[in-house]
Design a protein around this ligand. Structure first.
Ligand SMILES: C[S@@+](CC[C@H](N)C(=O)[O-])C[C@H]1O[C@@H](n2cnc3c(N)ncnc32)[C@H](O)[C@@H]1O
Length: 458
């Protein structure tokens, strides 16, 4: 499917059909009843990931089961267009694709688009790619790549493994990721599914041998001082094993029949590469207001893609990501420019007595809501009339100030003339903020909730 389709891009379908199917009750009510009936919640329980969900366990992701329930409950016509503008590890795009829809996934982090694209690989291709993989592995041992000074992967892998890694990667890209005579760069573009599949397998294999220093904060990854030494054969052996295991996951997980032109793109939810009224459904989960640094948590994989943590592109990616803990250069928007409910939370943060509340913290929260408003406006633009966006969001705290994100997304949707409501909610007893004991010092009790917010375009 070409990006920037004309005003009615995607398979045409009468918007009334969308509205008709659930006009009387609205998708929110249909979802409420469905999610209650099937008794599932969005939360992915860490350690429970299996098969393809274990390819890259994204701590902020939702389950495939949840995405499947939401898409089915939406009563879409065949081959409808399903978008996830914060696609992460591609749960929505994978499920929508297997259900026969045209799935479009956008993410600002090239590691996320790599994982999401790999999940769109065809089992038939993956099963038959072991021959190519074997040849690339043998070549990497006989002709390892030249080590380039400043290669960011050198911080995580020893020289022998870095050369083997680069040799295999160059082979995959030269054979499976060439467009108009140019080899694609995985840090700047989403790779086609089969190339992404092999590169993801390579990253997973290399991670076994990397010197990764973990801290109490699982999202804060750092390289060890010295990368452990290993033989090149160790990496090629684990890579070939990982390719075989992932191909079996694909084969086990799928019905190939229905698949259509689904794609993932490196992009920004604040400026979607899609025409107006092009999308039948959005199923997504924006970054929460919990200041999780997705970019730092993918530091190893970013280094494998050639983006080292000392490079300007790493800092730029951190700064432009939604929910970033970094203050941007631009001045923070005034609280009064937001819908009342958002303005009230921002004002309370700005006036909080604790250190840097009126400066740094106010700014990072205002950045977050400015990004959310711009992104929700884009959702309204690309959704067909009567179509809906289903967002999973979690509440959080700033010191003792409760940031009820589900209600704030409802307020932002209403401020943008969308029909907005909460279809389901769940208590959350495990949340990342609890790793920072100081963050709970300001409040006697803490209760978080995760909710399914439905925004319907008028
Ligand atoms: C909560 S995660 C989504 C997880 C996803 N639902 C899954 O199941 O894997 C949010 C994602 O938003 C991405 N992101 C952050 N800022 C973005 C932006 N401005 N545009 C697009 N994606 C962005 C992050 O890289 C992260 O992958």
């Amino acid at each position: 499917m070409a990006v920037k389709p004309n005003a009615n891009g995607g398979p045409e379908r009468p918007s009334s059909a969308v509205a008709e199917s659930r006009d009387s009750r609205g998708l929110a009510e249909v979802l409420r009843q469905r999610l209650q009936a099937v008794d599932i919640d969005a939360k992915r329980r860490s350690g429970t990931e299996a098969g393809m969900e274990a390819w890259y366990p994204y701590y902020a992701g939702y389950t495939e089961e949840f995405a499947a329930q939401v898409i089915e409950a939406s009563n879409l016509g065949p081959k409808s267009t399903v978008l996830d503008p914060w696609n992460g590890c591609g749960t929505t795009t994978r499920v929508a694709d297997v259900q026969g829809h045209t799935a479009i996934g956008i993410d600002i982090n090239p590691v996320a688009t790599l994982v999401a694209s790999a999940k769109l690989a065809r089992a038939q291709d993956a099963i038959h790619v072991t021959g190519l993989a074997g040849r690339l592995a043998a070549h990497s041992l006989s002709a390892p790549a030249t080590l380039t000074s400043g290669d960011p992967l050198r911080k995580w892998l020893c020289p022998a493994l870095t050369r083997t890694y680069r040799s295999i990667e160059q082979g995959i890209l030269a054979d499976l990721a060439v467009r108009d005579g140019a080899v694609l760069s995985p840090s700047a573009q989403a790779l086609p599914p089969l190339a992404a599949f092999l590169v993801l397998a390579l990253q997973r294999a290399a991670r076994h041998f990397a010197g990764i220093k973990t801290t109490s904060n699982p999202t804060w990854l750092r390289p060890k001082t010295h990368a452990p030494r290993h033989d090149a054969e160790a990496l090629t052996g684990v890579w070939l094993e990982t390719v075989r295991a992932m191909a079996m996951d694909l084969e086990a997980a799928e019905a190939d029949a229905h698949r259509t032109g689904s794609q993932v793109f490196l992009g920004d939810a604040r400026n979607l590469p899609l025409g107006d009224s092009a999308v039948d459904l959005v199923v997504t989960s924006p970054p929460y207001c919990t200041r999780i640094d997705y970019v730092v948590s993918t530091s190893f994989e970013l280094a494998a893609l050639g983006i080292g943590d000392k490079q300007p592109s790493f800092d730029e990616l951190r700064r432009t990501s939604m929910g970033t803990p970094l203050a941007r250069r631009a001045a923070a928007p005034a609280a009064e420019t937001f819908p009342d409910e958002v303005a009230s939370v921002l004002t309370r943060i700005r006036e909080h007595p604790s250190k840097a509340s009126s400066s740094y913290y106010y700014k990072t929260y205002a950045q977050y809501f400015s990004d959310s408003m711009a992104s929700v406006a884009e959702l309204r633009r690309v959704l067909k009339p009567g179509a809906a966006a289903v967002l999973v969001v979690q509440s959080s705290y700033y010191k003792d100030i409760y940031v009820d994100l589900p209600e704030l997304y409802v307020a932002m949707g209403q401020a943008l003339d969308m029909r907005a409501s909460i279809a389901a909610e769940y208590d959350v007893n495990r949340f990342l903020a609890q790793i920072n004991s100081r963050s709970t010092a300001h409040r006697k009790s803490t209760s978080h909730r995760e909710a399914v917010v439905v925004l319907e375009a008028a």
